[in-house]
Ligand binder design. Structure first.
Ligand code: BEZ
Length: 239
């Protein structure tokens, strides 16, 4: 009896040990201190680590938007998605950005790409701003804008850069392919609007890379020569 009890306790202790050993969370401070970045104490580790990277699956979420409830990214199955954050509705730079987005959206649709906006503003505020933008222009903002009042999605995607603002999102842009994989991303500060011709160009470049397994050289435009992956592997220097 005593032998059985001792054996059971031993098994419980051993399995507890293995469970604990396998469930240790990564030490965020250790990860950042292993980078050789000067002033690494200046980096906010949590935000650095949470942001998804190229090749990762796009984090999924459900959220309210100007088009109703969105189940992201599944609601856009089969399409490319460009998910863009902006700091706030009704602000000058954001207004210029949304006008440019409305202007390029027909090209993006032809390229099987869905635009999705997001900020911490409410759906009501988004709708009032959207109506105002649409009243002022023939090119309509006809894509959903997600409301993320608590910044939960923004944090999931690394769109809040606390030194810029602890509450509002920066100008983040994520390119997500039809397999829901992140293919590119970039972040601009609130002070500087994005170049939407570049966003379109990058979408076309990512699409051709995925379809034809090729790379695209600097300043590549649709119709220009691409670089085969064999050439890339051989380190052939282009002329
Ligand atoms: C803007 O869109 O104009 C803007 C928003 C937040 C900070 C700075 C500028």
């Amino acid at each position: 009896m005593l032998y059985k009890k001792t054996k059971l306790m031993f098994l419980v202790i051993i399995s507890g040990y293995f469970f604990a050993a396998n469930s240790i969370e990564p030490d965020i401070n250790l990860i950042t201190s292993s980078c050789s970045i000067e002033n690494s104490q200046d980096i906010m580790p949590r935000f650095q680590i949470c942001a998804p990277q190229i090749g990762d699956s796009a984090p999924s979420f459900r959220a309210d938007s100007t088009d109703g409830l969105i189940n992201f990214p599944k609601d856009f199955s089969g399409k490319w998605i460009i998910l863009l954050s902006h700091p706030a509705d009704f602000t000058p730079v954001c207004t210029t950005e949304f006008k440019k987005l409305a202007a390029i959206n027909s090209d993006l649709k032809k390229a099987n790409c869905q635009l999705v906006g997001i900020s911490v503003d409410s759906t009501y505020t988004h709708k009032v701003w959207q109506n105002k933008l649409n009243a002022d222009s023939s090119r309509k903002v006809d894509f959903p804008i997600i409301s993320d009042p608590e910044g939960k999605i923004a944090k999931l995607y690394g769109m809040i850069h606390p030194k810029e603002s602890k509450v509002q999102t920066v100008r983040s842009t994520y390119f997500i392919d039809p397999d829901y994989k992140i293919r590119a991303m970039f972040h601009y500060p609130s002070s500087n609007g994005r170049n939407f011709e570049e966003i379109k160009r990058l979408l076309y470049a990512l699409q051709i890379s995925r379809k034809e397994n090729v790379a695209t050289p600097a300043n590549w435009q649709p119709g220009n020569k691409t670089i085969s992956m064999e050439e890339v592997a051989k380190d052939v220097m282009p002329d």
